[in-house]
Design a protein around this ligand. Sequence first.
Ligand code: FAD
Length: 490
Amino acid sequence: MKHDWDALKKGLSRFLPSKALVSKRQELLVYDCDGLTIDRNCPPLAVLPETTSEVSKIINYCHKHKIPFVARGSGTGLSGGALVEEDALLVITSRMRRVLEVDLANQLITVQPGVINSWVTRAVEGEGFYYAPDPSSQIVCSIGGNVAENSGGVHCLKYGVTSNHVLGLEVVLPDGTVTNLGSELAENAEIDLRGAFIGSEGTLGIATSITLRLLRAPESVIVLLADFQTMESAGQAVSEITAAGLMPSGMEIMDNFMIKAVNDLFGVEEYPSNAGAVLLVEIDGQVAEVQAAAEHAIQLCKAAGAGGIRRAEAESERARLWKGRKSAFAAVGKISANYYVQDGVVPRTSLPKVLASIERLSKIYGLPVANVFHAGDGNLHPLILYNPSMPSVEERVRDLGAEILKECLSVGGSITGEHGVGADKRCYLDWMFQSEDLEAMRLVREAFDPSNLANPGKIFPTPRSCGESARRKITLSTHGNDLGNDAHAF
Ligand SMILES: Cc1cc2nc3c(=O)[nH]c(=O)nc-3n(C[C@H](O)[C@H](O)[C@H](O)COP(=O)(O)OP(=O)(O)OC[C@H]3O[C@@H](n4cnc5c(N)ncnc54)[C@H](O)[C@@H]3O)c2cc1C
């Protein structure tokens, strides 16, 4: 349905200052995609509220005039969640960046949704506290976006994902009503609607205030960097470390392609260039415990075939070892015109099998794939590299991405770990769920949003978004080695 955006702008300007309204096309273009740049569409109008009351008035206005809306934090999402596909209003939270309350006695902090993830730790680290969930995008992504995607990160192996750290939410429902889900109490009497909202990707309303759990900074931290000749041996080390009962706070693997990309980015050998894979292991806790666990992990890495092992204790040295991992996506951006990230999950024990399949598929499709992933969680992030100017390459990229997800499902995995379904993976949701499951999820959504105004079209497969052509019923036989001559798509 087409809306009269000039009239809507006029209506909204009755209660919003002019600086909160963006209507010029050249200014709106910066919002035409999120981190998934393969899909783009310029929104017709955007608003930048500053307070819960403003968000409530905007959404109530949308409700009355039947205008769909899409929430946006920092736009780093990797599944097209903040993409405005339909004629919808974009509601951006990047002016809602106030820390509302710090309660160290109860280890809580309450923030507006536009607050950047790493700012939360920055606000309390002087007092010996930190916020555990740390997506690699943490210097840019917003807490509201983290809640909507139930984001993970390096430390989520030991400490859990966003949902384990959000106690209470103030939410503007899709009719403009302001309500609270959960509270600062650890246990609540109500049905856990907070749990339903976290990970709902902006389809149940807009979070306007978020109460987070803070943790005490660990007494001691050691980071190990072990290099291996093969991905299999790095994966073996991860299995051994887990089987031995050690609980690192993070375990991350990068393949040779990614190692070289990172070294190229920094112009120095951050990681050994000839290694088939590097494994980063972080261990935290009390001094004696950390020292013993690190020694044990070193022995296990050696037994699995590690060549060199570097060990860092001082904060600056640890940051140095992590620098390459945290910059991995940016490094790929330097060597390839574009990339498409997948986000499948597999049981840890299936990592070698699925990684071998990805390598095979990469050759068949003639598209290079770089791997960096949360190895401890079995959460893969294959980055498919491509040059968008090549004819019909984007279709092949998506097909390869879909094939990778099928491999993940074939070993009992999932089509998404932490990046969400968004627009990108909605056509694959019914590969994982029965129609009854999808219907139950739709009913929850409908209970929050009977008019289907909040981020419409996202998450669920629809005939319009997932018709036969969009669904791309792919079979390997339709792609042969004839594509293999395109190995330098970037
Ligand atoms: C280089 C890079 C590395 C990344 N690493 C990780 C990682 O390690 N782990 C990980 O989990 N993700 C990672 N991501 C993905 C992304 O950063 C996360 O999904 C993040 O949580 C998105 O936050 P955002 O503020 O950018 O949200 P946006 O992209 O703006 O929005 C994401 C979704 O949240 C909804 N939304 C935003 N704000 C609100 C709100 N206040 N209320 C309701 N809905 C809202 C939007 O509608 C959309 O559906 C990475 C991305 C990049 C580019």
